[in-house]
Design a protein around this ligand. Structure first.
Ligand SMILES: NC(=O)c1ccc[n+]([C@@H]2O[C@H](COP(=O)([O-])OP(=O)(O)OC[C@H]3O[C@@H](n4cnc5c(N)ncnc54)[C@H](O)[C@@H]3O)[C@@H](O)[C@H]2O)c1
Ligand SMILES: [Zn+2]
Ligand SMILES: [Zn+2]
Length: 359
C-alpha cells in the first residue's frame, strides 16, 4: 500500500512509498483504512526531533477512516464502522484511568509506540506513537478506534482526532474558562483556533488571538476571537482590554520558550496559564521565587485536551452538528499523500490552520 515514511529523525520531509505493508489484526486489534488525515505541528515535531521518537516511522496521528478487519475478541468496532483514531487511548484499568484522567493513561500508549506494525520488505517501520495515519491502512488496539456515526465527513472526523480535541479541551476541560472572562491565545494554527473556539463555547467575553502571520489574525477573528494582534501589539491590546493587569487565561499553542514566558507574563495575577504547545526538552520556562507565590498564577499543562476520547469525540461531533463548532472552515487545503512535503513547508511558514490528506 501507499504511505508516507520519515526515514530518519532530523528530516523534515517524508518519502512517499508504495511498498508499505501492515500486519493483520491479532486479538483485540483493528485494521482501519484511513480516509482523511490532518497535518498537525506534532508531525513536524516528531520528524525534526522536538518530540522524541524512533525511526523509520509513518507520521500522522490525526485521522479517521473505515474499519476493514477486526481481530479475535474485538467488541467495540466491526467491519464497515467509521472511526476516529485516538493517539492516546485509555486502557480503562490503570491508576490514571481510574482516577478520571484517561488522557494520561500510558498503558496502551507505551506498549504500541514501541511495536512496529508497518514494514517495507524486511525493515520494520514504526507508526507515530503507535498510530501512523499517513498510510492507507493502519493497525490499532480496539481502544484507539472510536466508532462514530457514518454521516460525519471523514475530514471533520480527522480534525477531531487531535487538533480540535486538544484546543477545545484545553479551554473547556483543562482551564474550564469561566463565563465572561478574558482570554489570550498564542498561536492561531489548528490547535490555537480550537482553543479560541473552545473559549467562545465557554462564554469568554474577550478572546485575543496572537500570531506573527497577518493572515492568521483574520482566521482568528473568523473563529471567534474578538481581537487579533501581532505579538508587538499585544501590550496595547492588554492595556485596552484588561487595564494592563493581564488576561484571566492565557493559552500557549506554539511550543516555544519565549511564548511560554509571554503566556505567563500576559496572565493576570491569580489567573491561569495553560501550556498546550509541545516544546523541546531544552525549551525552558524560568520562573523566579518571588513571582511564583506573589502572582498566585496557576500554570497548567494540557495533554490531549484533558479529554476522555470515548466521550469527547462524540461531544465535539454533537457541537459541530449544532453549528457551535466550525470544523469544515478550519481546513486550509486538501491533497493526496504526494502533497505532504509541500504541506509541511506551508505549516512551517505559519500559512495554514489544518491541511487534510485524503487517502
Ligand atoms: N498538548 C497536546 O496534547 C498537543 C496536541 C497537539 C498539538 N500540540 C502542539 O500544539 C502546538 C500547535 O500545533 P498546531 O498544529 O496548531 O501548529 P501550527 O503550526 O498550525 O500553528 C502554530 C501557529 O503559531 C504561530 N507562531 C509561530 N511562532 C509564533 C510566535 N513567536 N508568536 C506568535 N505566533 C507564532 C504560527 O504562525 C502558527 O499560526 C504544537 O507545538 C503542537 O505540537 C500539542
Ligand atoms: Zn489506563
Ligand atoms: Zn496533533
Amino acid at each position: 500500500m501507499r504511505g508516507a515514511v520519515c526515514t530518519s529523525i532530523g528530516d523534515e520531509w517524508v518519502e512517499i512509498v508504495d511498498d508499505l505493508t501492515v500486519d493483520d489484526p491479532g486479538p483485540g486489534q483493528v485494521k482501519v483504512r484511513v480516509r482523511a488525515a490532518g497535518i498537525c505541528h506534532s508531525d513536524l515535531s516528531v520528524m525534526n526531533g522536538t518530540i522524541p521518537h524512533g525511526a523509520p516511522l509513518v507520521p500522522g496521528h490525526e485521522g479517521a477512516g473505515e474499519v476493514v478487519a477486526v481481530g479475535e475478541g474485538v467488541t467495540s468496532a466491526k467491519v464497515g464502522d467509521h472511526a476516529i483514531v485516538a493517539w492516546s487511548a485509555p486502557c480503562g484499568h490503570c491508576k490514571a484511568c481510574l482516577r478520571g484522567q484517561p488522557n494520561l493513561c500510558l498503558t496502551i500508549f507505551v506498549a504500541i509506540s514501541r511495536v512496529a506494525h508497518f514494514r517495507r520488505g524486511d525493515t520494520d517501520v514504526l507508526g507515530f506513537v503507535g498510530t501512523g495515519t499517513w498510510a492507507e491502512e493502519l493497525l490499532l488496539p480496539q481502544e484507539a478506534v472510536i466508532v462514530i456515526p457514518d454521516d460525519v465527513p471523514f475530514e471533520v472526523a480527522a480534525l477531531v482526532g487531535c487538533g480540535v480535541t486538544t484546543g477545545v479541551g484545553a479551554a473547556v476541560n483543562t482551564a474550564k474558562v469561566a463565563v465572561g472572562s478574558s482570554v489570550v491565545v498564542f498561536g492561531c494554527g489548528g490547535v490555537g483556533i480550537s482553543a479560541i473556539q473552545g473559549s467562545r463555547l465557554c462564554g469568554a467575553a474577550e478572546i485575543v488571538g496572537v500570531d506573527t502571520v497577518p493572515e492568521k489574525l483574520d482566521d482568528a477573528r473568523r473563529f471567534g476571537a474578538t481581537h487579533a494582534v501581532h505579538p508587538d501589539d499585544l501590550a496595547a491590546a492588554s492595556a485596552e482590554l484588561t487595564g494592563g493587569e493581564g488576561f484571566d487565561y492565557a493559552f500557549e499553542c506554539i511550543g516555544l520558550a519565549p511564548t511560554f514566558r509571554a503566556a505567563w507574563d500576559n496572565t493576570r495575577r491569580g489567573g491561569t496559564t495553560v501550556i498546550v504547545g509541545a516544546g523541546r526538552g531544552d525549551a525552558v520556562l524560568s520562573l523566579n521565587g518571588f513571582e511564583m507565590f506573589f502572582m498566585e498564577k496557576a500554570l497548567l499543562g494540557s495533554y490531549y485536551g484533558g479529554a476522555d476520547v470515548r466521550t469527547e469525540f462524540h461531544r465535539l461531533i454533537r457541537l459541530w452538528r449544532a453549528g457551535r463548532l466550525d470544523l469544515e472552515g478550519m481546513v486550509s487545503d486538501r491533497f493526496g499523500l504526494e502533497g505532504i512535503n509541500e504541506g509541511l513547508r506551508a505549516m512551517q511558514r505559519g500559512e495554514v490552520i489544518r491541511q487534510i490528506v485524503t487517502l
